[in-house]
Structures are given as structure tokens and as C-alpha cells.
Design a protein around this ligand. Sequence first.
Ligand SMILES: *Cc1c(COP(=O)(O)O)cnc(C)c1O
Length: 237
Amino acid sequence: MSIVESIARVEEQIAEACRRAMRPRESVHLMAVSKTHPAELIVEAYGCGIRLFGENRVQEFAAKQPALQASGMSSDAASFHLIGPLQSNKSARAAQIFDGIDSVDSVRLAQRLDEACAAAAKRLPILIEIKLSPEATKHGVSPDADELHELLERLPDLKNVMFRGLMAIPPYSDDLEQVRPYFRRLRALRDSLAQKYPALQFDELSMGMSHDFPVAIEEGSTVVRVGTAIFGARPPA
Ligand SMILES: *Cc1c(COP(=O)(O)O)cnc(C)c1O
């Protein structure tokens, strides 16, 4: 299937899930996850109307940037977010090249990003990555960790990063009813944290990938991160 056809199919599934959940289509953003794929495919997806992209690694995206700039694609029109783990020693570079960091999981990283944004005269939206189960992913901050509360308490003072909400990757399962409770848990966590921290904006709930995004939308996702269903299988790591 071509990228244009794949995107049309994903769009159709998003629209159907929104109808089932009685949500307006505009309440869900489609992020095309372009990690491991060349800049030409990003340009192609941009040509099909995609405006939000997810990348996993600082260096990998930096290497694609010259080709993106040369393609004539307007850097103001497209946003690139980092969705992979970020080491604090790469936060300066990340703050320079990305339009958002969706994988913040420590006070230290938030502080480093805040300083890097100040130096780059830039304000960056960020999400906190939540680890929904011990086996789910290696990354993210656990819902009952002190670190999560320290981070949420600290964020209002960090004026160069704008906290927008939560992101999570549930454990993989072919049975989507096994995945649904994780999406519910993230939404419930968001609701309770939003009550506890009224000074913060918890608008975004980034959840759902190629195989499970319709269920994520039914459970309240505002950003689905879709790679394989748009660009095809990734080369093995
Ligand atoms: C790779 C990746 C995705 C996309 O996964 P697909 O299954 O290819 O849609 C989404 N989110 C994160 C954090 C990823 O690393």
C-alpha cells in the first residue's frame, strides 16, 4: 500500500473510532511516527497532509533535517516531537531541533530542558511519560513514584517548558481488550492528577499505536502515534 492509501485508511479508522466514542474528529491528532524511515517518506507524508511527526532519537532526526529543509517543506508548518527516551546530556540538542518532547520522565531532565530552552530562546511543550506496568516499557515514571509528584510540583516554576499532559506505551497484546485497561488507567491517572494539580494543563493524552489506536481513541486519546500503519514495517533494529 502506498503512503497516501495508508494514511487514508488510518484516517478512516480514526473517524470511525471517533464516531463510536461520540467524539469530534478534531479532538484527536494523528502523529506519524517516522523513526528509522528516510526524510523522503516524511516529505511524502507531509504532502498527504500530515503535520505532526514523532521521532525516537536526537541524532537520527538531526541527520534528516538537511534533507527536510532542502525539500522545501516549511518547518513552520510541520512539528516534530521526540517520543523516545532522552538522556539529559542530549537535552540541549533536543531542545534546539524538536518542537516538543513527549518522553520527560524525571525532574532532572525537565530542569535540563528548561535551561536548554532558555538558552535557545524557545518554549517547548512537554509530556510526561508514564510507565503503566513494570513490564510495559523500560522508560517512563511510575504513577506511584515520588518522582512524578516532585516533577508536577516543580513544573510551574520551569517557565520555558509548557507541560501539556501524559504519554504512555502499554504492553503489546494482539487482544485489544487486554490493552484497553491500560488506556483507562492512564486516563484515570490524568483525571486525578488534574484535580490534584489545578495549576497545570493536562489536555493531552498521547496513547495508541498502529495496532491499538482505535481502542485508545475510545478511551480518550488526544494524540495517536502511528508508525507501521503509515510507513510500513521498520527495518529490524
Ligand atoms: C515506534 C513508536 C510508535 C509507533 O509504533 P507503531 O506500532 O509502528 O505504530 C509509537 N510510539 C512510540 C513511543 C514509539 O517508539
